[in-house]
Ligand binder design. Sequence first.
Ligand code: TA6
Length: 297
Amino acid sequence: MDSSKLCSDLNAKFPCEGLKFASWRGGLPAAVISNGLCDAVVTLHGGHVCEFAPKGSKPLLWLSSKSHFEEGKPIRGGIPVCWPWFGGAQQPAHGIARLSSWSVKSASREADGSNLLSLELRSTEDSLKQWPHQFKVVLEVKAGSRLEVGLRVFNTGSSPFSYTGALHTYMPVSKITDVSVSGLEGASFVNQLDKASCVQQGSVKFGFELDRLYTDTVSTCVVDDPGWGRRISISKEGSRSTVVWNPWVEKSARMPDFGDEEYWEMLCVETANAGPDKVEVAPGSSHLLKTVIAEIR
Ligand code: TA6
């Protein structure tokens, strides 16, 4: 269906103050939110929270200037939904959810002035060929003075399944070598570049390719950005692993949808179920992975 026709049908079906469906970048149908507390954009492609900025603040999410905005390709930035696998060991990398077209389940304005949007993805004959399990996944986005994103995975089949995944959050920073990430002090991590097992000493600092899977941690992380005089907290539920990533020089140059110099202005702190933090869901049960991103005032 043509994007503008779909959006007008969605606006008729889900009338909602502060939230309108519209054709966004690349013509992708998206929920465009502007509710006095924040501005945000969520595309149906990938169930992808692309933009979020509290009113009067710089954005808390980062998008590459080189990102694709088309079916079949992941969006580079925002919060990619990595599911039902995390990483590139299986193709497509980071799973099928971020390449799928999600449907709208509900849209509402909450009493606190925020907007609540629920998107849904269900198993299909095609998805069963890529991942042989029946599922329903609901992405719940609460956009207000802070951003809450929950990924609830339901097992709608008759046998247990297990998966890995992440809410792969990209955030803007003033200058990567001037910022740090706290909250992971003393946590064990696997360096994804050489698979070495390490323990985090002090806060995480940047100045080289950094790709770390922190295991057995439920901590809230804080990005401390003195250049912009701000701190961003990333708290979580349903997750015992956190991934921190900055591609630095060579990896940036290898990614066609990432500017060669963009590593200076971004980092990822990802709320994950990755590595040993694999999730098993029994038939009829569900698991919630949730991240809350807020500016610390
Ligand atoms: O979360 C870090 C990571 O796994 C990196 O290894 C890098 O591959 C990044 O994800 C982006 O993956 P993508 O498939 O989106 O290019």
